[in-house]
Design a protein around this ligand. Structure first.
Ligand code: ADP
Ligand code: PHD
Length: 563
């Protein structure tokens, strides 16, 4: 088998270098597993799975026979990544259920990603906040610390495991809280270290439990296996070097000593600081899709406590129903505009790797869930889901200059750039602009008043500024090819409910129309819109109407128009 491979400029051991795959470890001819779409600068991997890996430049053409692919699969044959969120592993009973679920797929070789148990991340954050002001001598008595200890020890006892699995971590956690209490400060870096205890404990317990059941498992801390991130504590981005590193480590260990990997979700390691970072709330979804892409898996499964992605947040409206299919673009938009069900960045690795994501319910395995793929048949699709993002800030900015002045928009946006604040929705004319600010600039907190005052101060140098708080963005995720129909229906509903829309934004995105309303009206709007679009046969009626219209269109194209 001929292998010609060249990655000019990439040092073999550099983080950008593709990982050496199973072939070399098994003593076969060397090849690059090329889990790295980062096989730059020598060339970009165009296709990572299958028999041929081509790179854009250089002489990198790799062919492998079917037999060697089968051997490779046998050697490093992870097939799926299964991520279980906090709700799925909230207790010993839930861990038993999840273990049973994993074992019910004997044909799969999964990589498992876990979040912290139940509400542990929230409790860790609360404990940290309290430690800042409680005094060092009281840090051990923080109620949330007691809740965390009790939950993990009870779980271990109920699963018949050894308490030593987490006792060291619990001691360390208590010491950390004492340190915070002594310093009277909780920096973002310390906050990330603090919340990492949740995933570090849940994965250790679960790996021990699988081993007890006779299913060999190995626990991994993501920050130790190559999850390399920016140093943006509390909301770090995953760097490209992560993909080859993670693939190399997981595949290498599997070849040496096969065991199901149980990986901490949500965590990484800052590339400069080498400190533990987190990927933003809900970041375990991103851990899962990153592993999916790194290993070129067949499917990424995220197991939650709902029957898939729903037509709206079930906490806002209980009549929400599952959406069977979504595109990566729709799912990303939905997540970005506030649907808590998926992490906003999590679709990127899946889309880049072309790997389907399946959202399933660990409490109701039979529910088909939602399948998210690159494309889907949109011909019959009108509205897919309604998303609400509350408590956002809106700015109306009107130029102090006359019509015909150029550069106004550029000036406005350069102010936001200078202040490092990102903008969600924009509606604009030549002399005025309305926009909403992204409160999740730092995912864990709202924009603080000081920052807002500063924005307004800067903008007032060139414009009249009106700051409007307590607004909500209602995002209509759907087929924007049918935007007139969606808007007609939506405005009908809103008019009937006496709601005035304060801003509309239908950007370049093919899937999202955003409406801004006052917070106090937002939930009622979502409920009314949901009832109108999803519950009264509207979608099938509209489909019928459209078929008729399309028929007319065919006629007109055929020359009957105007007859
Ligand atoms: N459109 C939506 N579809 C499904 N769930 C949603 C939606 N919007 C908000 N949610 C909320 O997201 C939750 C699931 O996400 P998450 O809490 O991150 O799960 P997990 O912790 O299990 O990963 C649901 O329980 C639901 O309350
Ligand atoms: N435990 C982290 C990460 C996470 O993804 O959790 P979950 O899967 O429960 O949303 C959080 O609560 O943000």
């Amino acid at each position: 088998m001929a292998v010609v491979l060249r990655f000019p400029g990439v040092a073999r051991d550099s983080p950008a270098a593709p990982s050496v795959g199973a072939g070399s470890r098994l003593g076969r001819e060397p090849y690059f597993a090329c889990a790295a779409a980062t096989a730059r600068p020598g060339g970009r991997c165009l296709r990572r799975r299958g028999l041929v890996v081509r790179c854009q430049s250089g002489a990198a053409v790799l062919k492998k026979g079917a037999a060697s692919v089968a051997a490779e699969k046998a050697a490093t044959g992870f097939t799926v990544v299964m991520k279980f969120g906090g709700s799925s592993v909230a207790s010993a009973e839930r861990m038993r259920e999840v273990a049973d679920l994993i074992l019910s797929f004997p044909e799969e070789t999964p990589v498992i990603v876990l979040s912290a148990m139940g509400k542990t991340t929230n409790n860790l954050l609360l404990a940290g906040e309290k430690a800042v002001s409680c005094g060092a001598s009281n840090a051990s008595e923080i109620p949330e610390l007691a809740v965390i200890k009790e939950l993990h020890i009870r779980t271990i006892d109920e699963l018949g495991l050894d308490r030593s699995i987490v006792s060291g971590l619990l001691d360390e956690l208590e010491q950390l809280l004492k340190g915070v209490a002594m310093m009277k400060e909780l920096t973002p870096r310390t906050r990330d270290y603090l919340v990492s205890f949740g995933e570090c404990m849940s994965t250790r317990i679960f790996a021990a439990y699988l081993n007890k059941l006779g299913k060999k498992a190995r626990q991994y801390d993501a920050f130790d296996i190559g999850f390399i991130t920016t140093d943006d504590f509390t909301n770090a981005d995953i760097l490209e070097a992560t993909y080859p590193s993670v693939a190399k480590r997981l595949q290498g260990d599997w070849i040496d000593d096969p065991a199901i990997p149980i990986v901490t979700g949500f965590l990484g390691k800052g590339w400069k600081s080498c400190a533990i970072t987190t990927l933003g709330r809900g970041g375990s979804d991103l851990t899962a899709t990153t592993i999916g892409k790194a290993l070129g898996l067949r499917e990424i499964q995220v197991w939650k406590d709902v029957d898939g992605v729903l037509t709206c947040d079930p906490n806002i409206y209980a009549n929400a129903i599952p959406v069977p299919y979504l595109t990566f673009e729709e799912a990303a938009e939905l997540a970005y505009f506030g649907a808590q069900v998926l992490h906003p960045q999590s679709m990127r690795p899946a889309r880049e790797g072309g790997i389907p994501v399946r959202v399933k319910n660990s409490y109701n395995r039979r529910a088909p869930g939602t399948v998210i793929t690159k494309t889907r048949d949109l011909s019959k699709s009108i509205l897919t889901s309604i998303v609400l993002k509350s408590n956002i800030t809106m700015l109306d900015i009107v130029s102090t200059r006359m019509l015909g002045q150029y550069g106004f928009l550029a000036k406005v946006f350069s102010i936001f750039e200078d202040l490092g604040i990102s903008v969600d929705c924009v509606a604009t004319s030549e002399v005025s602009i309305s926009l909403t600010l992204d409160p999740s600039k730092l995912w864990c907190r709202e924009l603080i008043q000081q920052e807002l005052d500063h924005v307004v101060e800067e903008l007032e140098k060139i414009a009249f500024v009106h700051l409007l708080q307590h607004r909500s963005i209602i995002s209509l995720i759907g087929n924007v090819q049918r935007s007139s129909l969606i808007l007609e229906k939506a405005f009908n509903v809103l008019r009937r409910n006496g709601v005035n829309v304060q801003m509309i934004s239908q950007g370049a995105s093919k899937v999202n129309i955003s409406l801004v309303v006052h917070d106090s009206e937002a939930k009622q709007c979502v409920q009314a819109l949901h009832a109108a679009f999803f519950e009264n046969g509207f979608l099938s009626e509209a489909e019928g109407d459209d078929l008729q219209q399309n028929g007319a269109l065919v006629n007109s194209n055929g020359g009957t128009y105007g007859n």
